[in-house]
Ligand binder design. Structure first.
Ligand SMILES: [Zn+2]
Length: 384
């Protein structure tokens, strides 16, 4: 997932105004268009905080509303002749609403709020789309563009440890680094047969890779998802089952601070948006926004994954765990870490050594990935 946050459209209302008491309903949606422009108007019952960003491949504009609901069914106006191909929406979290506008061409969005006035009794959120000048204009029929725009999802598979770092070692001498590489390769083979997905292994052999190098590799391969594979160890020999981890908020904020401190990384921040000319406060707001969106996506991914693992074996913890793992710190790639089983438990060590169990785990991770995409149409990627 590549986030491109649009600075001009980032409206931040004071918390006091947007308290839960002001839960707002989207009454209707209107769309009108001019030459190379399209205007979306959401009629609202009240003020809501909103975030707007664009996603690429295919092009989408995403509007997240806080404290908002949607009537069902929402009447979507005719979209012929506009820059919008399709409108989707879903409730998000407890109070949120996400609207996704699939675009026919690359466009720059801009948004603003309008208060009720003589002509209109509603609060309105207006999103103006302007077709980008360099976007191919009418050189090709829309249909050809549509089929071309589909892109494979890149899933980065990260086999933990390697080289001089063996990871956890079982009673029988089983090394985590070997087991997880074997599972990663099996997962790669399964994903290669899956239409719409391109797997990428951060390591393919027994080499040592620093944690941040794993992130760098995944980012440079434009990964949409990141799955790190490990085998757990605990003092308590009876500890058993799989766990799924995502980055903790604390880990995320310390990471934000770190990225901000390391100015040479700025150009690389937030999906390639150059933050050089923004002040530190704005930078940290943008980074937070991207990271909390990523953590939220990671959480839904992790929940689906845990459910998928539960179907093939024991789980160690019923809930998704959060920790400050460095390898999960990409600000813009939903990332999870799967502890497949306990290598420190002699029974699980034996299982981990078996090709059959390794394959079972690989299949469970594969089905978790597929289910995640099917449950999250706002990812915009269609699996066939
Ligand atoms: Zn490990």
């Amino acid at each position: 997932m590549q986030f491109l946050l649009t600075l001009s459209s980032l409206s931040i209302f004071p918390r006091a105004i947007t308290a839960a008491s002001l839960r707002s309903k989207v009454r209707s949606i209107r769309v009108s268009s001019g030459v190379g422009t399209t205007r979306i108007v959401l009629d609202l019952e009240g003020v809501t905080e909103h975030t707007l960003f664009t996603l690429q491949n295919p092009q989408r504009v995403v509007v997240d509303l806080t404290n908002a609901t949607m009537p069902t069914p929402l009447v979507v106006p005719k979209l012929a002749g506009t820059l919008i191909e399709n409108v989707r929406y879903a409730l998000r979290g407890i109070n949120g609403l996400r609207m996704v506008f699939d675009l026919r061409a690359d466009a720059t969005p801009r948004s603003f709020f309008l208060a009720p006035d003589q002509n209109n009794p509603s609060f309105r959120l207006v999103v103006d789309l302007e077709r980008k000048k360099n976007a191919r204009q009418g050189t090709k029929p829309v249909k050809t563009e549509k089929t071309k725009k589909k892109r494979n999802i890149v899933v980065a598979i990260d086999a933990g440890h390697g080289g001089r770092d063996p990871g956890a070692v079982g009673k029988k001498g089983t090394r985590e680094k070997d087991i997880v590489l074997s599972i990663a390769r099996k997962l790669e083979a399964i994903l290669k047969r899956q239409k719409g997905i391109t797997p990428y292994l951060t390591r393919r052999s027994d080499i040592f890779l620093p944690l941040r190098e794993r992130i760098r590799r995944a980012r440079s391969h434009k990964a949409d998802l990141f799955v790190s594979i490990h085998a757990d160890a605990a003092r308590r020999r009876k500890a058993q089952g799989s766990s799924v981890y995502i980055l903790s908020q604390r880990g995320a904020s310390s990471e934000a601070a770190r990225w901000l401190a390391k100015r040479e990384n700025d150009a690389d921040l937030v999906g390639g948006v150059n933050l050089d000319d923004k002040d530190d406060l704005l930078k940290s707001v943008l980074l937070d926004l991207s990271q909390s969106a990523t953590i939220e996506a990671s959480l839904s991914f992790a929940e689906v994954m845990l459910d998928s693992l539960r179907r093939v074996g024991k789980v160690h913890s019923k809930r998704v765990e959060q920790a400050g793992f460095v390898v999960l710190k990409s600000p813009d790639i939903p990332s999870i870490l799967v502890e497949t089983a306990f290598i420190s438990n002699p029974r699980e060590e034996k299982k981990l050594r078996s090709k059959a169990f390794q394959k079972k785990i690989a299949k469970a991770i594969h089905s978790g990935i597929i289910k995640y995409y099917k449950a999250n149409p706002s990812s915009g990627v269609k699996l066939s």
